[in-house]
Design a protein around this ligand. Structure first.
Ligand code: NAD
Length: 279
């Protein structure tokens, strides 16, 4: 079975660098899809309360026979539950659905800046970590001003920031900020969510031909060699296998640089929502 490398987080915990994300996996399909993912070798599952499929993830975990310490499970706090003690209630509900005593990673899903309550949400996640309900804590969709503010007001640096990141949208301001502080970057939408012809770009096609690997495998390899954590989504077992079969080749520095050059630094490569506008 494939051994996925782990990265060490800034709190000392480790995280498998490649996992399986279940955004838009329908609740009724989730147990099957996650069971197949665990069967082919994935051990890191990324879900969220808003995905509505934590119960399916939990059912697959329970049926897997795997021990808890073999798995890395992430879920996220939804935007309407930042206030008061709501984060504790929300995590309690997620744990119940997942059938777990604690998750490995709990994230503030979006900063929702117009509501101005993401610092409060972050203070609550710190309490939840200290109570042992999540081993690590982090944020998602936080841009540099949001990151600067939570660190300035709490003194606690997140273990990860999970952001939209793929070759056309490389978010260098965030990745440079994170690299300087030991914050792991998790790339969501790592394949561009299929919303632009990433696989048909010249650098991806050339590397695909050169290595005899698929364009998706080349893009996954690019993320891994850049040091990002990722969890591409598919509900097809053959693609789950394909996306894990990326540890038998290495992109050259020139191939990495050619894919780097696909970035649109003005942000026009974004395929999903602007974190400043999700409230
Ligand atoms: P993705 O870039 O992983 O794209 C998924 C699409 O790529 C699938 O619909 C599938 O059709 C296609 N695909 C997958 N493997 C393929 C292959 N081998 N060949 C060809 N096509 C393939 O996009 P995503 O699902 O949005 O992102 C991955 C995960 O990131 C999600 O499942 C979720 O866990 C997380 N996520 C987080 C946020 C957030 O706000 N924090 C937002 C979106 C996604």
């Amino acid at each position: 079975m494939t051994t996925v490398p782990s990265l060490q987080l800034n709190d000392g915990n480790s995280i498998p660098q490649l996992g399986y994300g279940v955004f838009k996996v329908p609740p009724a399909d989730t147990e099957r899809a996650v069971s197949e993912a665990l069967e082919v070798g994935y051990r890191h599952i990324d879900t969220a309360a808003i995905y509505g499929n934590e119960e399916g993830v939990g059912a697959a975990i329970a049926a897997s026979g795997l021990s808890r310490d073999e798995l890395f499970i992430t879920t996220k706090l939804w935007n309407d539950r930042h206030d008061g003690d709501e984060p504790r209630a929300a995590l309690g509900e997620s744990l119940e659905k997942l059938g777990l005593d604690a998750v490995d990673l709990y994230l503030v899903h979006w900063p929702t800046p117009a509501r101005d309550n993401y610092v409060h949400a972050w203070t609550k996640l710190i309490e939840l970590r200290d109570a042992g309900l999540s081993r690590s804590i982090g944020v998602s969709n936080h841009l540099v001003p949001h990151l600067e503010r939570i660190v300035a007001e709490t003194g606690v640096v997140p273990a990860v920031d999970q952001i939209e990141l793929h070759p056309a949208h490389q978010q260098r301001a965030v990745t440079e900020w994170a690299a300087a502080r030991g914050v792991a970057i998790e790339a969501w939408g790592p394949l561009g969510q299929g919303k632009y012809d990433l696989f048909g770009t010249a650098p991806v096609t050339a590397a695909s031909v050169a290595h005899g690997k698929t364009p998706a495998q080349v893009v996954i390899r690019w993320h891994l060699q850049k040091g990002f954590v990722l969890f591409p989504k598919s509900v097809r077992i053959e693609r789950l296998r394909e996306n894990l079969d990326v540890f038998d080749f290495t992109l050259t520095d020139a191939e990495l640089a050619a894919i780097d050059s696909l970035d649109q630094p003005d942000g026009s490569g974004r395929v999903s929502s602007d974190p400043n506008e999700v409230n």
